[in-house]
Design a protein around this ligand. Sequence first.
Ligand code: TRP
Length: 460
Amino acid sequence: MKRLKQHAIWGQRGSFILAATGSAVGLGNIWKFPYITGENGGGAFVLMYLVCIALIGIPIMMAEIMLGRRGRANPATTMLNISQELGVSRLWSVIGWMGVLAGFLILSYYTVIAGWTLEYFERATHGSFRGLNGDTSNALFSEFLADPTRLIFWQSLFMAMTVLVLAFGVNKGLETAIRWMMPLLFVLLIVLLGYAYSSGEFATSLRFMFSFNPEDLSWEAALVALGHAFFTLSLGMGAIMAYGSYMPSTASIGKTVIVVACLDTLVALMAGVAIFAFVFATPGISPSSGPGLMFVTLPVAFGNMAVGTIVGAAFFLMVILAAWSSTISILEPAVAYVTERFGLHRITACVLIGATAWALGLGSVLSFNHWADVQILWGKNFFDSMDFISTNMLLPLGGFLIAIYVGWVMTREQAEHEFRHDSVGLLKVWRFVLRYLSPIAVLAVLINGIFPLLTTVFSE
Ligand code: TRP
């Protein structure tokens, strides 16, 4: 197999788990999961999300890592190389291409929201949450969103941070940072949960998140749950494939994936329970308040804690780190592609791609103020449209193609070659689910979730 450049390998044991967890755990868990749960009715949505993680997320994650480790290159080249080796169409490299596109769109708006966490970290360190209530916190947030200059400043800084780490390469920057970040994040979430237990509406929150109302089930919510399962596990665009390509051949893929998926889900559920406990304890805030949920509720909680300044600052710092280890993984596939394919210097590639995604991100910045009423897709503003196209369409489509490729195009032997260290039973279940359940479930949700939207457009 032709390799254009020597590809990096994670240096220390456990680095893959940490890096994959770092990629998976991010704004998706702490910021997005609670607000989409709030918008989609609570318990029923949580259930659909858990089913998607188990039936679709875990098997596809195993497939993606397997492909990456086998190809040992960036996603597009990996798909091309493996397809040539198997003697199947080169068109399958479209999986890599779509991934680069999806990553690009996601990075553009992800850095905007990540920028908000920088602003809120600064506010926390200045003690500006003290004495906040629901209304004043809401006002503070709206005032921030109305100021595109500030949003752009933080967005730019976050993009620069992402480019910086990647410019340093995989091992030095990324690997070192995540080794202490992830454990600390867990400790902080437990502290937050403890506080929510003692001072928030904890029982109401649990009831909201875990009581199941069949009438809350809908295809639209299922589509959001499916998209989020991909988003939160960083699947469907080659990020995990790229990380898998740095994975030593001796590590067991199945066990690793289960650990990563469980940690990721745990963080999301903990963040959700804590945030809703504060939502229900704070008058003037509703669970369905959208993207601002975390930024409005938590400051109120921190502002009324005895040591709120420290806990608040530490919390937002952790969110920054979680988001940072995610943006890195979103940008990495495109950077790996450009450097390996065109021989561009790594630094040039990072700056070039980062700058383009930054420019696209300006549209998302404006959709929170000047362009708030500008609709791009189905009544969605620019930010929501970027999110919808990438998360709810491109990622599931990428995942579907990966499932078909690994389940049907590759033979059993070819597919299982990289799983030497996994149990036979696990592999049996994996292959069955990947061949039948995952693709059918993804298609069913995609068709039923997107079709009604299309028909509303044509009937207008
Ligand atoms: N999983 C991350 C989160 O939940 C976001 C992310 C990182 C991502 N890499 C990705 C999403 C690749 C989609 C594809 O915040």
